[in-house]
Design a protein around this ligand. Sequence first.
Ligand code: PGA
Length: 260
Amino acid sequence: MRTPLIAGNWKMHGSSAFVAEFAGRFTAQPRAPGVEVLLLPPAPYLQELAEALAGRGVAVGVQNVHDRPDGAFTGELSAEMARDIGATWTLVGHSERRLSCGETDEVVAAKLLAALRAHLQPILCVGETLAERDSGSAVAVVERQIASAAAACGAAMTRVTVAYEPVWAIGSGRTATPVQAQDMHAAIRVRLGRACGSAADAMRILYGGSVKPDNAATLLAEVDIDGALVGGASLQPDGFAAIVAAAADVAADPSSGDRN
Ligand code: PGA
């Protein structure tokens, strides 16, 4: 049984005042059972958010780490530092970093290793651009991204959570259909199986890209969609709580399919 994971990526949004407001409104909602919840605020707010949500069973993490533990890397944050301030998770290879910060598969692989070294749980983001989808190479692109990570991580690949985020669906309001997402998630699980054997059945594959309260349930009902990486909608505490509740409802529904 794969416990659903709902992760909120705040990107470069927020403030101390927002953390307090978010926590107040989020904790006023009932806590849905049977779902892991993770928030990824900008690093300066990680500790205040963790304190404000203490006792609610919400993990916190960072959106990016450097691949080295320390050194002369101005403006960077190491996985060890993130761990030291209370992060237990990190995103690695988000498409915004791949596209605007030039992160190649090699850089992403080095960061994955850094996260594992520091005992952070990495979420490896993969996904194709619209041009890649239109040219029919979406699966090949995503397989290449996973293969690069798997080659670097070896047996530790089983500790990686994958997030499939089609670039054309991020922040665009355009969501992959449940069938499009499920097809890619199934392909990812097959590729993970080549790297990790039967352990791939227990690995979580999240969907990301314009997940909202009104589309979360249908996406999460797909058999290989084990949670969501939520951007814009994670800044709305009521909406984010509604997505967590949708995941709990799907997980509790015996007709939602055999999830190993
Ligand atoms: P979005 O972002 O939900 O705003 O599309 C998702 C992400 O970038 O992780």
